[in-house]
Design a protein around this ligand. Structure first.
Ligand SMILES: [Cu+2]
Length: 218
C-alpha cells in the first residue's frame, strides 16, 4: 500500500474545502463591513438571532465534518486492510531524545551515538515493511513527512503500520509530538535503497549495534 498516495488524496480533499471556507467567510465578512458600515441616519440592527439561518449553517458544518471524518477513516481503513502482510519488520523506539531502529530478523540496531546525531533507517524499495512503534518514556510521534503520515509512539504500547516506499532516496523523519526541551533533536533519516543494496547492507551488519555519530545528509 502506498501510504503517500492514500494520504495525498485525503489532503486533496481537505485543502479545497479549507480554501473555499476561507474565501466564503472572508467574503461574507468583507460584504458585511462594506455594505452595513456606519452611515449618517443608519442605526444598528436590533436583531439578535436568526434561527433558520443558524440551523442551516450548523447542518452544513455537520455535513462537512461528517464527510471529512468518513474520508479520513476510510483512508486509515484502506491502509490498514490492504498493506498486510509485510515482508519485513522494523521495531522503532522513541525516547528523550532520539530514535532507535531494530531489525529483529537480523539482530541489527541503528541508534544515534550522541544527542542530535541522525540515525539512518535503511529500507528496501517496493517492499511492504511493518513498523512497530513504541516509546520508553513520554509520548513521541514518528513522522515521515514524505509519506504524509505519522503515528504516535506511546510508552507501554506498540502502534503498528505497514507501508511501502515506491522510490529510492533519503527522506527526513521527525518527532511530531512535543516531548521535552530537546524535542527538536529527534530527527532521523529513512534511506530507501534497491533490494540488492538492502540485502548487502543488512547481511554485512548482522548482529551489530550501529551507533551513528553523524547520520545521512538530507
Ligand atoms: Cu519526541
Amino acid at each position: 500500500m502506498n501510504i503517500r498516495a492514500v494520504f495525498f488524496s485525503v489532503w486533496n480533499t481537505y485543502v479545497p474545502l479549507a480554501v473555499a471556507t476561507f474565501l466564503i467567510v472572508s467574503g461574507v465578512f468583507l460584504f458585511a463591513i462594506v455594505r452595513y458600515r456606519h452611515r449618517p441616519g443608519r442605526s444598528p440592527s436590533a436583531r439578535e438571532e436568526n434561527n433558520r439561518a443558524e440551523l442551516v449553517y450548523a447542518a452544513v458544518l455537520l455535513g462537512i465534518a461528517s464527510f471529512l471524518i468518513t474520508v479520513s477513516l476510510n483512508a486509515n481503513g484502506r491502509v490498514d486492510r490492504t498493506s498486510r502482510p509485510a515482508a519485513m519488520t522494523v521495531d522503532v523506539v522513541g525516547y528523550q531524545w532520539g530514535w532507535r531502529f531494530t531489525y529483529p530478523a537480523h539482530h541489527v540496531t541503528v541508534a544515534p551515538a550522541r544527542l542530535g546525531a541522525r540515525p539512518v533507517m535503511v529500507i528496501p524499495v517496493g517492499t511492504n515493511v511493518a513498523f512497530n512503534v513504541t516509546s520508553t518514556d513520554v509520548i513521541h510521534s514518528f513522522w515521515i513527512p514524505y509519506l504524509r503520515f505519522k503515528i504516535d509512539a506511546f510508552p507501554h504500547h506498540v502502534n503498528s503500520f505497514v507501508t511501502r516506499f515506491t522510490r529510492t532516496g533519503t527522506f527526513v523523519g521527525r518527532c511530531a509530538e512535543y516531548c521535552g526541551v530537546l524535542h527538536y533533536q529527534m530527527d532521523f533519516a529513512v534511506k530507501v535503497v534497491s533490494r540488492s543494496s538492502y540485502t548487502k547492507w543488512i547481511s554485512s551488519h548482522r548482529g551489530l549495534h550501529i551507533s551513528q555519530a553523524t547520520g545521512a545528509a538530507i
